[in-house]
Write a protein that binds this ligand. Structure first.
Ligand code: FAD
Length: 401
């Protein structure tokens, strides 16, 4: 049986945005990469656009440019500024890309378009083989390799297997890696909407007592909403017909963009923070949602995953260069050590923001207002915060070298 196994350099389970990013990052490395993806992408349209969108921050746009992926993505909406305000207090805070010498803080990209661009780049490479639709029937970890059998009869032997198969990662479970998790008891409702007035590339985030409501600028004057609400409230909102939903959305968001005139199909996602108890094991690395999920209030989940993909890819390439075995824990620990500070900081800050804005203990609204004013007027501190959030200051390679 083992004679029929094909020797490859890396197997990535999951061909979503993060798994494909890891593959594309390695396209010029000379390594033979296999991606196992269980299904073709399913796109849920809302006013003609994918209802799943991601705000890709500027640092990660540079990563996608370096991979040759960005040039294949059309119809992106630049985010020139972001305005955040609190339901309970006047004022708020505004972040302008110009303050950090950039034209945009990031871009709003439909997930399916980003994934399609990555698949295109992968297909142009001789060294990336996408097995889709396919799932793994069995995976066996040995001291010197991992053996993998697919449901279509193919079999591979590899030094390293990477789990990029999402929040409910099958591979993570096979490796018996548990997770820490915190269910927010909320769902995030997403949809495309058409406001009456132009958004001028400004992203709006309104913090409500029930959770944040984001209005993110897309191309053609459309916006994508991410409305986080407690489970019961989210279920109620999902059951409303379009007219009633629009009415409630207008009441909640306010007149900043005139009336919100049209809403497309809605979808709702349970919001759970997760962190795998181990990001690496012998001959296993977890990346993207398989490793961690965070509250979407800052729109940073896939951004974290893209950075995982880049750091892991660079460690693999370096290991190859120095004739190390990239499935060994020594190499994989380097990936983990570089990624944990970024992941833990974001998990903790999302948790902090969530607590800060969903409670109304005496004095807390005033404290939030003060916090926003202090950051808004803090000059250099604000710039550091913006550069970090935009992924411009982080120790992540923009291109694999
Ligand atoms: C409401 C909402 C809004 C969000 N907004 C943003 C945002 O603005 N910006 C941002 O950065 N992030 C955002 N996120 C987070 C972002 O969507 C996720 O972090 C991102 O999709 C994770 O990508 P991934 O490739 O790791 O996982 P996934 O997208 O889940 O991809 C996993 C892939 O693995 C495949 N797969 C699963 N199991 C198997 C198996 N056994 N075998 C083979 N293949 C398998 C799946 O088919 C899928 O293609 C948001 C999340 C939510 C819920």
């Amino acid at each position: 049986m083992s004679r029929s196994l094909e020797q490859v350099d890396l197997i990535i389970v999951g061909g979503g945005m993060v798994g494909m990013a890891a593959a594309c990052a390695l396209k010029d490395s000379g390594l033979h990469v296999v991606v196992v993806e269980r299904s073709e992408p399913v796109v849920r349209k809302s006013l003609g656009r994918d209802c799943r969108v991601s705000a890709i921050v500027m640092g990660n746009v540079q990563i996608l440019q370096g991979m040759g992926v960005w040039e294949y993505i059309k119809d992106v909406g630049p985010m020139h500024a972001m305005r955040i305000w609190d339901d309970q207090r006047p004022g708020g805070i505004r972040f302008d890309a110009g303050e950090i010498g950039e034209n945009a803080l990031g871009y709003l990209v439909e997930n399916s378009k980003l994934q399609a661009a990555m698949i295109k780049v992968a297909h142009l490479s001789d060294s990336i083989n996408i097995c889709c639709p396919a799932v793994i029937d069995s995976v066996q970890w040995h001291s010197d390799c991992v053996e993998v059998h697919l449901d279509d009869g193919r079999g591979f032997r590899t030094p390293l297997i990477v789990g990029a198969d999402g929040a409910h990662s099958w591979l993570r479970q096979q490796a018996d890696v548990g997770i820490y998790s915190h269910d927010y008891g909320q769902k995030g409702i997403v949809a495309t909407v058409r406001p009456q007035m132009p958004h001028h590339g400004v992203a709006f985030q309104r913090f409500l007592a029930t959770g944040p409501l984001a209005m993110l600028p897309m191309s053609d004057g459309l916006c994508s909403i991410v409305w986080s609400a407690a489970d019961e409230e989210a279920d109620r909102l999902m059951k409303l017909d379009d007219l009633a939903f629009l009415e409630y959305l207008n009441l909640t968001f306010g007149p900043v963009l005139g009336r919100i005139e049209e809403v497309g199909k809605r979808a709702a996602f349970p919001l759970v923070a997760r962190l795998a108890r181990h990001l690496v094991r012998h001959r296993l690395a977890l990346i993207g949602d398989a490793a961690h999920t965070i509250h979407p209030l800052a729109g940073l989940g896939v951004n974290l995953g893209l950075r995982d993909a880049m750091v892991l890819a660079q460690e693999i390439v370096d290991a190859k260069r120095f004739k190390e075995d990239w499935g060994e824990l020594d190499v994989l620990n380097r990936y983990m050590q570089q990624r944990l500070p970024d992941i833990l900081t974001l998990l903790a800050s999302m948790e902090g923001f969530h607590q800060l804005f969903t409670h109304n203990w005496p004095g807390l609204p005033e404290l939030r207002g003060l916090g926003m004013r202090v950051i808004g007027n803090s000059g250099p501190i604000k710039q550091i915060l913006m550069r970090n959030t935009a992924g411009l200051n982080l120790p992540v390679p923009k291109k694999i070298s």
